[in-house]
Design a protein around this ligand. Structure first.
Ligand code: MF3
Ligand code: CO
Ligand code: CO
Length: 276
């Protein structure tokens, strides 16, 4: 049995109960989410051939410092960076690296800022230079997968509706949905109940209620869905070494549907192909 509990009365840990946030929580999430979105906006101009992902990570750390926010990933379970930057066939949790980006690389930059106790978690895909046609297609399908998942969020529906919307669409486009990682409740905690699966059927999962806050963050592959973790203990890659992409938003369930906290203020969330 799932129990829902007012976030204000809940212990600050993941008890498996689902926290319901009030207006104060939603306002906190708007502030944290918009800070993360502004940072991801600024990353757009940085991404080009020759730049290293370590430089992007340094920028993200400094951006947080300048705005009174801490990157939630830094020292999280031993993780050592302010962001995850996942290149090409890396599915997620890639380490920022000193190796320069090359023309045609696609990369996911995933940032979570903690601002006044609330977590704004979002990621986007970027292209260094000019994307190949197959890569560009994957980015568009992955973005559309996220937005279809978000469109399924409304009170009374089950969490499985999100997974069904994503899986039906992505597989219809001959892509696959990664099973080994999921979205998550968040708010005052980084990773909280419930798990948000990106596959499944609409009659599964807990019922959505106003006040729930969680991420949707589908990882979509051009090849098969299977992943493996490299020996560093973090980096997840596709087993078949084909391209993987991911987009992530933090959202809240409202009476009428859903609010996206991490919308790009500059309108830069959707992947843009850079001029040749
Ligand atoms: N930001 C990731 C997410 O979307 C989590 C990264 S955890 C880390 O949930 F430790 F790898 F950074
Ligand atoms: Co994230
Ligand atoms: Co997340």
């Amino acid at each position: 049995m799932t129990t829902y509990i007012a976030a204000n009365d809940a212990p600050m840990k993941n008890t498996g109960n689902i926290k319901l946030y009030g207006p104060e929580g939603f306002e906190g999430m708007r502030c944290a989410g918009q800070l993360t979105a502004r940072c991801l906006d600024e990353v757009t101009a940085m991404v080009k051939p020759g730049v290293t992902t370590a430089e992007i990570d340094d920028f993200i750390f400094q951006f947080g410092l300048d705005n009174g926010a801490a990157p939630a990933t830094l020292h999280y379970r031993g993780y050592q960076y302010s962001s995850c930057i996942s290149l090409n066939h890396v599915v997620c949790h890639g380490f920022p690296q000193k190796k320069p980006l090359r023309n045609g690389d696609i990369l996911n930059v995933d940032v979570t800022f903690v601002l006044d106790g609330y977590h704004g978690d979002s990621s986007r895909m970027y292209v260094a230079g000019q994307a190949k046609r197959a890569a560009e297609r994957l980015l568009n399908i992955t973005y559309e997968s996220l937005m279809r998942g978000i469109a399924a969020v409304k009170p009374g529906a089950r969490m499985g509706a999100i997974g069904e919307a994503i899986q039906t669409y992505a597989e219809g486009e001959r892509c696959s949905v990664v099973r080994d990682f999921c979205g998550h409740g968040l708010g005052k905690l980084f990773h909280d109940a419930p798990n948000v699966l990106h596959y499944g059927t609409a009659n599964e999962g807990v019922e959505m209620r106003p006040g729930m806050i969680f991420t949707i963050e589908p990882m979509i592959n051009l090849g098969r869905h299977h992943v493996k973790i490299l020996r560093d203990g973090w980096t997840a890659v596709t087993r078949d070494r084909m391209l993987s992409a991911q987009f992530e938003h933090s959202v809240g369930v409202t009476e009428g549907g859903c609010e996206i906290f991490t919308t790009s203020p500059a309108g830069l969330h959707k992947p843009l192909s850079q001029a040749a």
